[in-house]
Design a protein around this ligand. Sequence first.
Ligand code: SAM
Length: 316
Amino acid sequence: MNDSFGRDITYLRLSITERCTLRCAYCRASEGVCPKQEELSAHELIRIVRVMAGMGVSKVRLTGGEPMLRKDLDEIVGGIAQLEGISELVMTTNAQHLAGRAHRLRELGLSRLNISLDSLNEERYHSLTGGGELKRVLSGIDEALGAGLTPLKLNVVLIRGVNDDEIDAFLSLAKDRPLDVRFIELMPIGNRFKANARIPTDEILAAHPNLKPLPPREKGQPAREYAAEGFLGRVGFISPLSHKFCADCNRVRVMSDGMLRPCLGSNAEVSLKEALGEKDDAALEAAIKGAIRCKPKEHDMCGPFVSQKNMSKIGG
Ligand code: SAM
């Protein structure tokens, strides 16, 4: 389905819980989260995807909060993967609880994973994430590669003065292992944001002339990708502030509280809750269409934008 600027909406980011295992310094505010019992059920989540698949959505990303906290994750993955029209089902996770589950998720129909990892230093990772264990992430990565949840992408949010001394260590990962490392610009969403903590992509590219641009793998992909000679993986940059990609945006977000957010960088949301109470799908379809029509031309994040929700609620 096209939005009012002619962009074809084919990608749904589905936040299946606000709850998270970690408290990343820049992400989760100290505010409370939507109680577990008010989260959309597996049945409701699958129904929303089924209706959106009928409207042209073909790719779904499960996110959160931490999606692996859902006890019914297998049901959600299996249910969505089987829907007609869904050709790609991916998940973003902090991988704290991935080891031991990657093969099962692959069997259920998960196509691949993005893993968030902001430091390769055990102590720093623990402190930045509010208690995360680096070795769990590393085991999760090994298992995900073994299970074929590939291409496996590592998401690194760079913060000046916090982890920018690790850029070369992350690049070494992409050199030595079949892992795509993607550096993400810090967005003005969530905790303790300071604009000068953001590291613009061009600064990293200028310091690494060995990185050569690659053509996009798919339409609407937010990452600009680069290759370097001898690297097994790719290097990507997601730069929503320094290189806006709104003109090619093909996605909307649905959150675990039943709100549809047409644009990450704009606070407007539409509730699907009432429509979900109807047996017939017509009201749900109408609510989704109405929300897609309201998708703004561009995000507001370059201005004095303050997100009313942090990323763990919206689903990064
Ligand atoms: N818990 C899962 C995880 O950690 O991958 C999924 C949810 S998390 C909110 C998704 C992604 O959002 C993570 O890669 C995180 O680093 C990113 N994120 C959170 N706040 C952000 C911010 N202010 N700017 C950029 N990325 C952010």
